[in-house]
Structures are given as structure tokens and as C-alpha cells.
Design a protein around this ligand. Structure first.
Ligand SMILES: Cc1cc2nc3c(=O)[nH]c(=O)nc-3n(C[C@H](O)[C@H](O)[C@H](O)COP(=O)(O)OP(=O)(O)OC[C@H]3O[C@@H](n4cnc5c(N)ncnc54)[C@H](O)[C@@H]3O)c2cc1C
Length: 454
């Protein structure tokens, strides 16, 4: 879809009072947390499903791209627009419609922020497990559209596992109900699963039904300095096999990315950085066995410094989420990647990343979800420069060759769409295209995202 003038008058007539053109708002809601400049001809705040259908039919008639936006924390341009698209703000869709504690399910609007959902569920002894580092701003709709993860995905898996139903509007204006209220179903393939991770390119969620987990009575965080020669992959394999009761997260930050976290916790990172873990318990006394086995597994890999305990692990994850902020200040605009490989190949990946950094002579820092083989390498080079593009390519190729993925959790967006053929294969991408054509024949939903052009 080329650069076109957006007929704002007809849009304003269609949804009176819901179309905003204030430049600061367009700038803020037309971009996400990627480095893309983004933009929006207007911001629309639809209030109801009929509003959304009217908007979609208008966009089909006028051939205007619409970009769905939740919390706007995407890192690859998933919710970033352009001056010829319209940003559709789901921020006001923030009601939790019903919670059924006995079925452990909640029905909610897609704009509910992760942290708000967590607060609302606490007194019921339940929680929604995905907890991305952005959880104070990110929405459940955004989590579902990117299949987000978080530290607790080590135990609970990614968002996909927790989305059990949805109502959606397609790019045709048709309404669709996905999933079932029954606790299981064997009638046909998992169509709902195809919408999870589709980055708003097939249809938009107007309601989600999420599964909930019993909330542990306590979650303790543990932070241990890592020695210089630690083999992160070996450590991850050891922890995966150690059968540690209650172990729900295993993260790491190398020394350059652990400074802020270390000083906030009063723990000096070791030469290899810091390891962070979370132990859940239904009764406080039962942390003991988990802690004993965890520390034994760590010692077996040469990690033997005294741990620092954090009484409320959420604090640890909020601090850990700021590793990127520290690097923003120190490195500025940089390559921030999100590759994942099988645990058995993690050491090869980390060695390769360090080699790439050494060869190109750029500052390097890495942190991530150690227990899932998902790392976030950071290289102090402008990703848009020729050198930056070469370096990113080398990183993504390395992950691919090691049997991994170019995105463990952040998604594809605009930045990585050219990698989808390599990642999925051309037959699979072709199938996706046919599905996209049926759901969004005019290509108005999140144009350019996810699927490679051409
Ligand atoms: C500091 C920081 C830390 C992060 N940590 C993590 C992490 O630990 N794990 C992780 O997985 N990610 C992480 N992210 C990336 C990002 O926060 C997640 O992908 C998050 O789930 C995005 O949610 P959002 O509400 O901000 O979505 P947005 O950025 O607003 O949108 C994301 C996608 O969802 C689509 N969308 C929004 N609403 C709807 C809807 N109603 N229907 C259909 N599609 C919709 C958008 O069009 C877009 O394609 C991090 C980002 C930052 C800035």
C-alpha cells in the first residue's frame, strides 16, 4: 500500500468525536518502542464492535491501512504506523468483563494492561502467567498478537498456552468467535492458535478469554554473581534437568548489562554477570527444598557465590526489565535482538555473538531468558547503518543455523519480515498468504507487518 492521502473528513463523519488529529498524539500513538519513526494520519478510538466494523469497511472502501495499538511496547515495529495509516487505539478497551475462579478463566477486553490484570486477580488467588518485562504498559491483546513471553514462561510457557478463546473482527468486517467455553475440544484444528502471534494482520481481538493459574503463596527471587568462565548453555541444561521444585524463572544478565540491577540490589555482578531465578511455593516452608536443589545444580557448574534473596520476585522482574533502559543510556541507538536456540546450542550461540562483536569492534552486552535459550544481544551500532545491517544479518543467520529462531518472543513486525521465508519455508509462507487474503482481502490490517512483501 503506497503513500496516500487519508480522507479525514469522511472518517470523522463516520465516528464523530472518536477521530483525533493532534500532532503530539499522532506521534505518540503512531510509533512503538522500535526505532522506526512511525506516524499516523489520525488516531481513532473506537468504542464498540460496530464502531470497529464501520472503521474497517471505511478503510476497505478508501484503501487505507489501519494499525492496531495496545500498549505500544513492540520492539520490531509491530504497532508502528506511517503518515498514511490510521492508528487504532485499543487503550480504552480495558475492562475485565468476568472472572470465573472455578473454571480459572477470565473474559476481558484486549486493552487490559498486564499489571492491572495481575492486581485484579491477586485477591482471587489467581494470575495470568505471561509477564513480559514491559508488563506495566503492555496489554493482553498485544501479548496475544505477538505471543509474548516473560521470565515465568520458563515454567508456564508463552502467551499462546493461556489464550483459550477470542472474539475478533476480520479485515472483511466479519465477526468471528474462536475457541470454546468447554475445557477441551477435538473439533477441528486450532484456528485460534493461528490468530495468536499474527500481529494484528488477520483480524483484531475484541474480547479474549484467558486461562489463569493458581497464584503461589510466595515467590522468592534469587540473584547470584556468575564466574568468568561460566558456560551459560551447560548451566541452562543442568537447571532444566535438575527438577527443582517451584523453579519458575531462570534469567541472566552479563556484566555490562547487570550494572543497574546489581546496584539496585546491592549485589556486585560477577565477571560473568548475574543469574536470576524465581522459586514459587504454596507455603513458605517449601522454598527450602527448591533452594537446596537449585544451589546444588548451580554449584555443579561452578556458580558458588552466596545468593542474594529478594522477598518479592516481582520487584526483581521489574528491575530486570530495566536492563534495556540502562543500555539505552550507555549505548544509545543499537541493535537489540531476540534470538532463541535449543538449550544444547546456547553456548555456541553466545560464543558466536561474542565473536561477531569482537570482529566488528562494537560494544556488546547480552541478557535474557536463560532457561529458555532466548537471549537479547545488544550491539552498540546503528541498526540502520550498512555495518549494522550486516551485523544483524550475521546474528540472525547464526541463530537460524543453530536450529533456532530469529524471534523468541518479540515478533517479526516490519523489521524482520524478510526473514520469514527462511524461518518458516516458502510453502508455509504461501499458506499464510492465502489465509491472510481470506481474512483481509484488501490488506488494510497492519500493512507490511509479519509477511514479506512480494
Ligand atoms: C522494556 C521492554 C521489555 C520487553 N520485554 C518483553 C519480554 O520480556 N517478553 C516479550 O515477549 N516481549 C517483551 N517486550 C516486547 C513487547 O512489550 C511485547 O510484545 C508486548 O506483548 C506488546 O504488548 P503491547 O500491548 O505493547 O502491544 P503493541 O505494541 O501495542 O502491539 C503489538 C502487536 O499487537 C497488535 N495488537 C494490538 N492490539 C490488538 C488487538 N486488539 N487485536 C489484534 N492485534 C492487536 C498490534 O497491531 C501489534 O502487531 C518488551 C518491550 C519493552 C519495551
Amino acid at each position: 500500500m503506497g503513500r496516500v492521502a487519508v480522507p479525514l473528513e469522511s472518517l470523522s463523519r463516520l465516528l464523530p468525536g472518536r477521530v483525533l488529529v493532534d500532532p503530539a498524539l499522532r506521534d505518540r500513538l503512531g510509533r512503538d518502542a522500535s526505532y522506526l519513526s512511525g506516524g499516523a494520519a489520525a488516531v481513532v478510538r473506537p468504542r464498540t464492535v460496530p464502531d470497529l466494523v464501520r472503521l474497517i469497511l471505511w478503510a476497505r472502501r478508501e484503501k487505507i491501512g489501519l494499525v492496531a495499538r495496545g500498549g505500544g511496547t513492540s520492539l520490531n515495529g509491530e504497532s508502528s504506523g506511517s503518515p498514511s495509516t490510521v492508528s487504532v487505539d485499543f487503550g480504552g478497551w480495558d475492562r475485565i468483563r468476568a472472572v470465573d475462579p472455578s473454571a480459572r478463566r477470565a473474559r476481558l477486553e484486549p486493552g487490559v494492561v498486564n499489571a492491572d490484570l495481575d492486581r485484579a486477580l491477586a485477591h482471587l488467588g489467581l494470575f495470568f502467567p505471561p509477564n513480559p518485562g514491559s508488563w506495566q504498559q503492555s496489554t493482553v491483546g498485544g501479548n496475544a498478537a505477538t505471543n509474548a513471553s516473560g521470565p515465568r514462561s520458563f515454567r508456564y510457557g508463552p502467551t499462546r498456552r493461556w489464550i483459550v478463546g477470542a472474539r475478533a473482527v476480520l479485515g472483511t468486517g466479519e465477526l468471528l468467535r474462536l475457541g470454546t467455553d468447554a475445557l477441551k475440544r477435538s473439533a477441528g484444528p486450532d484456528l485460534l492458535g493461528a490468530f495468536v502471534g499474527s500481529e494484528g494482520t488477520l483480524g483484531w481481538f475484541t474480547e479474549l478469554t484467558v486461562a489463569l493459574a493458581p497464584r503461589p503463596a510466595s515467590r522468592r527471587g534469587l540473584v547470584v554473581p556468575l564466574p568468568a568462565r561460566v558456560r551459560l548453555g551447560r548451566l541452562a541444561v543442568r537447571l532444566a534437568g535438575a527438577n527443582v521444585p517451584g523453579l519458575s524463572a531462570v534469567e541472566f544478565a552479563d556484566r555490562p548489562s547487570a550494572r543497574l540491577l546489581g546496584s539496585a540490589l546491592g549485589t556486585d555482578p560477577g565477571p560473568g554477570g548475574l543469574l536470576m531465578a524465581e522459586l514459587e511455593a504454596s507455603h513458605r516452608s517449601s522454598h527450602a527444598e527448591g533452594a537446596r536443589r537449585l544451589l546444588r545444580a548451580l554449584r555443579a557448574e561452578g556458580v558458588d557465590r552466596r545468593p542474594t534473596w529478594v522477598a518479592e520476585a516481582d520487584e526483581l522482574w521489574t528491575l530486570r526489565g530495566r536492563a534495556g533502559t540502562q543500555l539505552d543510556a550507555e549505548m544509545g541507538r543499537r541493535i537489540r535482538e531476540d534470538v532463541a536456540v535449543p538449550l544444547a546450542r546456547l553456548d555456541e550461540l553466545v560464543d558466536t555473538l561474542r565473536r561477531i562483536a569482537r570482529r566488528s569492534g562494537v560494544p556488546f552486552a547480552v541478557y535474557g531468558h536463560l532457561g529458555e535459550g532466548n537471549v537479547h544481544p545488544n550491539f552498540g551500532i546503528d541498526p540502520a547503518s550498512a555495518g549494522g545491517r550486516r551485523l544483524r544479518r550475521a546474528v540472525l543467520l547464526a541463530a537460524h543455523r543453530l536450529g533456532g529462531t530469529v524471534s523468541g518472543e518479540h515478533g517479526i513486525g516490519l523489521v524482520k519480515s524478510s526473514w520469514l521465508n527462511r524461518e518458516l519455508g516458502t510453502v508455509a509462507v504461501d499458506l499464510l498468504r492465502s489465509f491472510k487474503r481470506r481474512c483481509d482481502p484488501d490488506g488494510i490490517l497492519n500493512p507490511g507487518k509479519l509477511l514479506p512483501t512480494g
